[in-house]
Structure formats: C-alpha cells, structure tokens
Design a protein. Structure first.
Length: 98
C-alpha cells in the first residue's frame, strides 16, 4: 500500500499562492522571451555570419524561451481546477503561437 505522507508533503508546499507566484514569474519570462525574439524573427536577420558572431546570446535566448514554454505546457496538465484557472488566465495561447 502507498503511504499518504508524500502526497501530504506536496500538498503542504504546493498551495494556490505559491502556484500564483510561479505563474506570475513564468508570465514575465514569456513576455521577456517574446521581446527578445522579436528582433531576431525579422526577415534576413539570422544569416550565417550573424548566428556565428552571436551564438552564445542566441543560445541563451533559446534556452530561456524553452524553459518558459515547457513550464507553461507542462503545468497546464494539473488536476486541480483552481491551479488550472490561474495558469490558463495568465498568458493568452495565441500570443505564444504567433
């Protein structure tokens, strides 16, 4: 049989205010990533010479965007309706996709 202790420990830590705090940080990260990506997505910017000269900043940008997007996607699978409502209302999905 399973012990209820691990679930109780997680339930004690993962509270609605904590989820809101994490969600707010992720929302800020999404906005920051979109702002960082806008200049890069203009036609003709990502030429071979530019990429080679700016490889480290480009990789850092991609990493940050990947982390923010993965957090958003993974945490939308919560079983808690209250948590899902907080997460779903923070960032408009069409903002991320376009």
């Amino acid at each position: 049989t399973r012990s209820p202790a691990p679930k109780q420990a997680i339930d004690y830590v993962i509270t609605l205010p904590f989820v809101k705090q994490l969600n707010d940080k992720n929302s800020e990260d999404i906005v920051r990533c979109l702002d960082e990506m806008k200049p890069l997505l203009k036609g003709g910017i990502l030429q071979q010479d530019y990429v080679l000269d700016h490889l480290q900043p480009l990789l850092n940008c991609v990493r940050h965007c990947n982390i923010a997007l993965r957090w958003r996607l993974l945490h939308r699978r919560t079983k808690s309706d209250a948590f899902l409502k907080v997460i779903d209302n923070a960032v408009n999905p069409t903002t991320i996709v376009t």
